[in-house]
Design a protein. Sequence first.
Length: 185
Amino acid sequence: MNPIADLIRGFQELVAQVPEVVQPLIVLLAGMVPFIEGEGGAPIGVIGGIHPIVAGMAAAVGNFLAVLVVVLVTSRTREAVVSRRAVAAGGAAMDDETAPAGAEAQPAKPESKGKQRFKRWLVRFGVPGASLLGPLAIPTHFTAATLVGSGVPRGWVLLWQGIAIVLWTTLTTSILWFAVQAVLS
């Protein structure tokens, strides 16, 4: 017999020992992990013998929940940093008024090369492009945090990250389901 088919059947027997109600929860948790996400969690479920629709939905939900938390935390952090900078800038303006004549103001800190590159990429592809193409390079968690941290509204980020998660999870789930069917038949 085919060693890959034996490996898949062995993994399916292992997954079958877990109660059926818990199996999608495990896939959901796998979908929350960066670098595994929906694109990796759903195939794990499919290879484990879970129905592809259930595996795909569980992995996508897990991935989206993790991205939601990242977006909310990043958004709050950005708001705190921006408001702190505004307060600090207000204090600096008062100091400039009371500074002796001829004293020069501090120049703004220049942007890093990486930040400049990201801004060019964002202008070129926009949030939809960054969300849809981002999983080819980095996890959706990182893409979402970067987008929100750069000032993109969190609703817009969540919308496009959700679309990207559904598309990529559906694609990988379908491919793996067909592959497993071909190996086991």
